[in-house]
Write a protein that binds this ligand. Structure first.
Ligand SMILES: O=C(O)CCC(=O)C(=O)O
Length: 278
């Protein structure tokens, strides 16, 4: 199926695409803010069985940063979407810049919310940094390796998913788990666009993924990690029950030990995580 180019808006039950919803000024300010964060390239949780079978940890396909609550991969976020205990570590709050845009989206969001979800606003988000890792080959030449993709998955948090896109266009696909080789819907997400999806078809039945990000001029993208060329940033907002979000010190010793290395990395540039460690 030929992907839609992402130039025109889309509004069908369960799916809205709003090109240019984020203003150029907001887009620049968001990129400056994302550039001020130090994302983590986390490793996924590996179950006991996989460990026994000799499988090591697997790195996520891209560096990430969470606001509101950090749902660490090594605590099982990606492998156990329905587990809620010891999953959400209290993180920095969303900046006003982001909450203002989400507030402007409220009327559209309300169209996607069920009667019991009305009035809820997302309280956490995952910032995905898509790009190429720059490594040197044996002759010293820089070899970019394109990591700009995200495997098929569903977001398990309740309510609609809201996503921002900034930077190079990304091919976003919905797929049926029974036939993942072909996309059920495909769309190029353009710079400064917003997507909202919800309901039985788009959120609960289909999976979604990012299969590629277009190469091209990335001069407006900030540099966030050494040896990494950033091409695109996406933000997916979620609503997590506040009762599930805990400060790290309230986690078990075992869970704290799993994430300590990451929190130490975050603490080197985050006041919030520095305080968490103390
Ligand atoms: O990068 C995107 O546009 C998709 C992000 C996404 O699916 C997610 O964060 O769960």
């Amino acid at each position: 199926m030929k992907p839609l180019p992402g130039i025109d808006g889309i509004d069908v039950p369960g799916f809205s695409y709003l090109p240019g919803f984020i203003t150029p000024g907001e887009g620049e300010a968001l990129l400056r803010y994302f550039g001020s964060l130090k994302p983590l390239w986390e490793s996924r949780h590996v179950g006991e069985k996989s460990l026994r079978q000799g499988q090591g940890t697997r790195r996520l396909t891209r560096p990430v940063y969470w606001l509101g609550a950090w749902q660490f991969a090594c605590l099982g976020y990606y492998s156990l979407p329905h587990h809620q205990h010891e999953k959400c570590v209290r993180a920095e709050p969303l900046p006003e810049l982001m909450t203002n845009i989400v507030r402007r989206l409220a009327p559209k969001l309300a169209e996607h919310q069920t009667a019991t979800e009305q009035g809820q606003t997302p309280n956490t988000c995952l910032i995905n940094y898509y790009g190429s890792e720059l490594t040197r080959d044996s002759t010293g030449r820089v070899q970019p390796r394109d990591y700009a993709r995200l495997r098929m998955h569903r977001d398990a948090e309740p309510g609609p998913v809201v996503m921002f896109s900034l930077g190079r266009p990304a091919l976003f696909e919905f797929v049926d788990g029974a036939t993942p080789e072909q996309a059920a819907h495909a769309l190029w997400l353009q710079d400064r666009s917003v997507v909202i999806f919800s309901g039985a078809h788009f959120k609960d039945h289909l999976y979604h993924r990012v299969t590629r990000v277009l190469h091209g001029d990335t001069s407006m993208m900030p540099s966030v990690l050494e040896g990494f060329r950033l091409m695109r940033v996406s933000v997916s907002f979620r609503t997590v029950p506040e009762a599930h979000i805990k400060p790290l010190r309230e986690f078990s010793q075992e869970a704290q030990a799993k994430v300590r290395g990451y929190v130490e990395q975050l603490a080197s540039s985050s006041e919030h995580f520095r305080a968490e460690l103390e």
